[in-house]
Design a protein around this ligand. Structure first.
Ligand code: C5P
Length: 220
């Protein structure tokens, strides 16, 4: 039996949504299920990698016991967990649907209902993937995701460049069966040479295998 291909490789994965607190009982979140990120973490672990999975609030459970899971809630917490684990990582796969905006102030008490409308001031969150991209050292492989509804490939390539990625996984909301909650996904992989590979609609477990096969080429 041959040695597993990712033995001694440390890989950081993010998955799920983030929740941004408005007050003690309310938050801004999104529909990410975490399924794609957990499938990738499990596949990497089955290939022998030491996987650290930073997960936002999600009902998913890892199938691979060796996956080291760090639970976080907010984008700021996810950033900190990633920064703590980035330096020693050989690769990172950032699957999480991180909030782009967070309340500028978190109310300490539950916000009371009034007769008029309510405005909540938002500030931008820090882009975790872009931050890691700016710190990337030779030999580290960085993979990002792009969920687009228009000009998909152009926007994905812009992200690849702007965030200093080695690979971007494009999922289009225009494809039936792709996206947040479904068990299937349809992706296009684009690498730094702008080589594009279009895959069929398949289960997220199978999509994870395709992404990890490409990562394996990049990491070696
Ligand atoms: O720019 P956009 O949010 O579309 O980029 C998506 C990619 O960037 C995903 O890989 C996502 O995990 C990552 N991202 C991040 N931190 C953010 C926003 C996005 O890591 N604050």
């Amino acid at each position: 039996k041959g040695k597993l291909p990712l033995v001694n490789k440390r890989i950081l994965v993010t998955a799920g949504p983030t929740y941004e607190a408005i007050d003690p009982v309310r938050f801004i979140g999104n529909h990410s299920s975490g399924k794609m990120g957990f499938a990738i973490a499990d596949e990497l672990a089955s290939l022998g990698a030491e996987v650290t999975l930073v997960a936002g609030p999600t009902a998913q459970i890892s199938k691979q016991k060796s996956v080291k899971r760090i639970d976080v809630i907010s984008a700021a917490q996810m950033l900190n967990a990633c920064l703590e684990n980035f330096e020693h990582a050989n690769a990172c796969v950032m699957c999480a649907a991180v909030a782009d905006y967070t309340p500028a102030n978190v109310a300490t008490q539950k916000i009371k209902k009034h007769d008029d409308g309510l405005t909540i001031d938002l500030k931008k969150t820090i882009d975790i993937l872009k931050t890691l991209g700016s710190k990337k050292q030779p030999g580290q492989v960085l993979v990002g995701f792009a969920l687009e509804t228009e000009n998909e490939e152009q926007f994905a390539i812009e992200k690849l460049n702007k965030k200093n990625l080695d690979l971007i996984v494009l999922n289009s909301l225009n494809d039936a069966g792709a996206g947040f909650k479904s068990d299937t996904n349809k992706v296009t992989l684009i690498d730094r040479q702008l080589k594009k590979t279009v895959y069929d609609l398949k289960s997220k477990t199978e999509v994870a295998k395709d992404i990890c096969a490409k990562l394996l080429q990049l990491i070696n």
